[in-house]
Design a protein around this ligand. Structure first.
Ligand code: SF4
Length: 462
């Protein structure tokens, strides 16, 4: 669909020339870079850890059917219920059934990209359930009516002064509130919601097959509170999050923490294996894990692209990407932005509508270099491009341009007969839009290389 790619071009241009945005992002990413470089230096052998992580994920994804069933069996054994959802619609319907069954009116939600993927907040609102984001960054973007800007730091595009002004407007806090004062206010507002909510919604960073547990990593403790007080807990989790063994966390927790924020380990790491038992005082009475496919098996079915499922959502490739830093997260208009978003979105949401994201890359390879699970991201962007061309999805203009180019390359003499002014004209007509209005196309030399060569090396006459 042309609409999405045209909108992407318009929004990219607007953001790329928004100096305020650029300064904010560069500042926030420079702080991230500093912390991450310190965090990574604490690895005894980082490269080896990354290779091991790749191998572990390879094993998990190649045996996904087996590990998911193992997870289900172990989780159900402890009183939980696993539900399988083929797509976003099915996941929403399953959640609605749970909501109706337990008479739920209020929900608290911790940060989860899977819930963004199925647009759960809007759906719950339509069905008369008040749902409150409890992660501070998510809460801020919810107050603004925006989508998360980044998969790890949803409010990365905002300065502290902007957030202070938002809290001043909404809650009457001082206009010059410090981050600590803002956090304190959010805490006051949200504490009461945890206590009154009927439902806690979370995602999960990992599904552990051999223990039937979900592993949740967070820095604010809001995820833990969302799972503790409400009588019902739903975890919506992508099927690719599975790890075979509990011991795998020994590798993945530090890798995720350092690449996500530069910490040795994230502050709160919870392992939940079902609803509260009769011997426990805290925790939900009912717990559901919804395993979400939503296009993931489409990726699984493509051998060259399967690596896209290894992602542990650390966000490192976004922060390393020169395109992301200039156009920002909202421009992608997808749940997952940056390089990993460009790789997987065409498969999760449709190649025709989202193929343009695979072209939004300089192919510098920085994303692949920083990835803790060694996903060959920039190669996969090329595979997406190839597949979209093979699938006949290139625009007419581009196809025609390349056909002319091919003809010219095959019939060199014919090409030399065309005056260079004409060649410049054709280049402008066919390529200026994709080259960018603000960039000059390379000039065509008055004399072609072929002619120049013949001039300097004339073919001897017998
Ligand atoms: S692709 Fe790699 S770097 Fe990017 S978010 Fe996923 S794990 Fe992190």
């Amino acid at each position: 669909m042309k609409g999405a790619s045209n909108q992407f071009l318009v929004d990219s241009e607007a953001k790329a020339f928004d100096l305020f945005h650029r300064e904010t992002i560069n500042y926030n990413i420079s702080k991230y870079d500093f912390s991450v470089s310190q965090g990574l230096s604490r690895f005894f052998n980082l490269e080896n850890s990354k290779k091991r992580a790749f191998t572990h994920k390879w094993k998990a994804i190649e045996n996904l059917d087996r590990y998911l069933l193992e997870f289900e069996q172990n989780f159900n054994r402890k009183g939980g219920k696993v539900i399988w959802a083929n797509n976003d619609k099915e996941a929403r319907e399953e959640i609605l059934q749970i909501v109706r069954k337990h008479g739920i009116k209020t929900a608290v939600k911790s940060k989860s990209m899977a819930t963004e993927e199925i647009e759960l907040n809007d759906f719950l609102k339509e069905n008369d359930v008040d749902c409150y984001e409890t992660d501070l960054g998510e809460y801020i973007v919810q107050l603004l009516g925006q989508k998360p800007y980044h998969i790890v730091t949803p409010a990365m595009h905002l300065r502290k002064e902007e957030i202070a002004a938002l809290f001043h407007e909404k809650f009457g806090t001082p206009i010059d509130s410090s981050p600590e004062q803002i956090t304190q206010k959010a805490r006051e507002l949200l504490r009461e919601k945890y206590l009154s909510a009927d439902l806690g919604i979370t995602g999960a960073n990992f599904l552990i097959a051999d223990t039937g547990s979900i592993a949740i990593t967070e820095n604010e403790g809001n995820g833990r509170l969302s799972m503790t007080f409400p009588k019902v807990h739903i975890a919506l989790v992508g099927i690719e999050k599975v790890l075979p063994n509990l011991a795998d966390l020994d590798l993945f927790w530090p890798l995720l923490a350092t690449h996500g924020t530069g910490q040795n380990l994230t502050v709160y790491n919870s392992l939940i294996s079902g609803p509260k038992s009769s011997a426990e005082t805290d925790g939900p009475e009912h717990m559901y894990v919804i395993l979400l496919d939503n296009g993931r098996t489409e990726l699984l079915g493509k051998k060259e692209l399967r690596q896209g499922l290894y992602c542990i959502r650390c966000g490192a490739c976004l922060n390393a990407c020169p395109v992301y830093k200039n156009i920002g997260g909202h421009t992608y208009n997808t749940t997952y932005s940056g390089p990993i978003g460009s790789v997987i979105s065409p498969h999760l949401k449709g190649m025709e509508e989202f193929k343009h994201l695979s072209y939004a890359s300089s192919l510098c390879g920085n994303c692949s270099t920083v990835c803790p699970v060694k996903i060959d991201l920039h190669k996969m962007l090329l595979i997406n491009r190839r597949d979209s061309v093979k699938g006949g999805l290139s625009p007419w203009m581009e196809k025609t341009g390349w056909n002319f180019w091919k003809m010219g390359m095959i019939h060199q003499k014919l090409l030399d007969k065309i005056p260079f002014e004409w060649k410049r004209f054709f280049l402008k007509v066919f390529f200026q839009k994709s080259w960018g209005k603000k960039r000059n196309l390379p000039p065509i030399a008055p004399i072609s290389f072929h002619e120049l060569w013949l001039e300097k090396n004339p073919i001897p006459k017998d």
